[in-house]
Design a binder for this molecule. Structure first.
Ligand code: ADE
Ligand code: ZN
Length: 329
């Protein structure tokens, strides 16, 4: 309880949270009703009981199905307001949030409604609650390269509302180099770049290498398998790469290891810089950042000094001008 109070009181950041992954079951019912959609669940409990997955593809199927209720600018506003309110209540003072516009464009939602609703929520939350935030457009890597480019082109007129681009969804058969041109265009437009390298995927180490050396990402989301390669660890340390680790989802390495390895512990011991995030809390037991950190402290045997360092990493990793960053610390 003392540690829980310490964690709750600590000013925090969050960099690996998918807005659509914060869509709670009760809000799904509200939005479905508002939009005249019928959901195939009797109630919130039945919906939550359906959140059963054992790997990335089985998680993604539930996650993409769940976001179909998001249709209007107001829906995106309500979604982002709910997350930012929750985050502010947990002493998160700054967050960079992912969103998956290709999935919404597929349903005919205009990019202006998606980015517009989220941006309006960001401004209102900052004014009302003091929480600052930015937005990262994720390419859904298992959709086509053309679809990703169309989304980027549709988003560039709103680029002042974006801070970066990322890469998420199913990694198998969709390596980072599929998005080389997209990342180059994003960078040419002043955006930062990051990429998911989920744990224990096919070619994980190869993809981490490509992300670091070829795409020259500024950050890696998850990325725990890097501890299997001293060479890549050295490169990441030299480049000062921050990893956004989500222990709820990617806290344990199994593939190619003799026994399960705790990701946070192994990365800290390898001298890597990491931050901790909640990923898709609505689908992961509704555990938001404070709960995730309390659990991580226990499972990874984190000292207070390590918890403080992880929180400090969060402020240093911010995609903000240096003066704004030091003002936050
Ligand atoms: N989409 C939402 N959460 C994700 C994750 N953790 N990995 C890949 N794609 C995702
Ligand atoms: Zn993620």
């Amino acid at each position: 309880p003392q540690l829980a109070r310490f964690i709750a009181a600590m000013p925090k950041t969050e960099y690996h949270v998918h807005l659509e992954g914060t869509l709670e079951a009760d809000m799904k019912f509200v939005l479905a009703h508002r939009n005249g959609l019928k959901l195939p669940f009797a109630d919130v409990a039945a919906m939550k009981a359906s959140y059963k997955f054992n790997d990335l593809p089985s998680f993604l199927a539930i996650y993409y199905d769940g976001m179909k209720v998001l249709l209007k600018e107001q829906d995106f506003y309500d979604l982002a307001c709910a997350y930012l309110t929750k985050a502010a209540s947990q002493n998160i003072v700054y967050t960079e949030m992912f969103f998956d516009p290709q999935e919404h464009l597929k349903r005919g939602v205009p990019m202006a409604a998606v980015i517009g609703g989220i941006t309006r929520a960001r401004h209102d939350a900052q004014a009302a609650l003091g929480i600052r935030s930015q937005l990262i457009l994720c390419f859904v890597r298992d959709l086509s390269a053309e679809s990703a480019m169309a989304a980027l082109d549709a988003a560039l007129p709103f680029k002042e509302h974006l801070v970066g681009v990322g890469l998420d969804s199913d990694e198998k058969g969709n390596p980072p180099e599929k998005f080389r041109a997209h990342f180059a265009k994003a960078r040419a437009n002043g955006l930062h770049v990051t990429a998911h390298c989920d744990v224990d995927q096919v070619d994980t180490l190869r993809n981490i290498r490509t992300a670091l050396l070829d795409l020259k990402v500024d950050r890696i989301d998850h990325g725990g398998n890097i501890v299997q390669s001293p060479e890549l660890v050295a490169i990441a340390r030299e480049r000062g790469i921050y990893f956004t680790v989500c222990p709820t989802f990617s806290g344990t390495l199994r593939a190619a290891m003799q026994q399960p390895v705790d990701v946070v512990r192994a990365m800290l011991d390898a001298g890597l810089k990491l931050t901790i995030s909640s990923d898709d809390p609505a689908y992961m037991g509704s555990e938001y950042l404070n709960d995730v950190l309390i659990r991580a402290a226990d499972r990874s045997q984190l000292t207070r000094a390590e918890i403080t360092m992880i929180a400090r990493n969060g402020f240093e990793a911010a995609w903000l001008p240096a003066a704004d960053k030091s003002a936050m610390i």
